[in-house]
Design a protein around this ligand. Structure first.
Ligand SMILES: [Ca+2]
Ligand SMILES: [Ca+2]
Ligand SMILES: [Ca+2]
Length: 127
């Protein structure tokens, strides 16, 4: 009889302790979920093919050169890719420049850029 009573009490306590604890935990998880940005990992290959697609989009007349009038004005960083400063970006200037950017972001040089590394690179740029 006694034994069963104690067991019931322990069970009751465990449930009571568990209840609010779980609630707190799920609230914290909700907060985390709200602030959460999905982690992304971009491989060098993916980045390169995304860059190639971007080049194709920008090169409207398809002559493998982004000429001055094809250059989006909003993206001044694109001009940094013009290595020989002739005002145009060739396909190799574009892809090599983009991959150099990727390598600069890939802090641990494992061939992938995580969202963490991207954040760090962005923060470094602002300084
Ligand atoms: Ca063109
Ligand atoms: Ca050029
Ligand atoms: Ca990396």
């Amino acid at each position: 009889m006694m034994r069963a009573g104690v067991a019931m009490m322990v069970l009751g306590l465990a449930t009571a302790a568990c209840g609010p604890g779980d609630d707190e935990k799920s609230k914290a998880a909700d907060a985390r979920a709200a602030a959460f940005t999905p982690p992304s990992v971009t491989s060098r290959l993916d980045y390169g093919s995304a860059a190639a697609r971007r080049f194709r989009t920008l090169d409207r007349d398809g002559d493998d050169v982004i000429s001055h009038d094809e250059m989006p004005r909003a993206d001044s960083r694109l001009l940094e890719l013009d290595r020989n400063k002739d005002g145009e970006i060739t396909e190799s200037e574009f892809s090599e420049g983009m991959l150099k950017r990727f390598d600069a972001m890939d802090l641990n040089q494992d061939g992938t850029v995580t969202s963490e590394e991207r954040r760090t690179a962005r923060a470094a740029r602002k300084e």
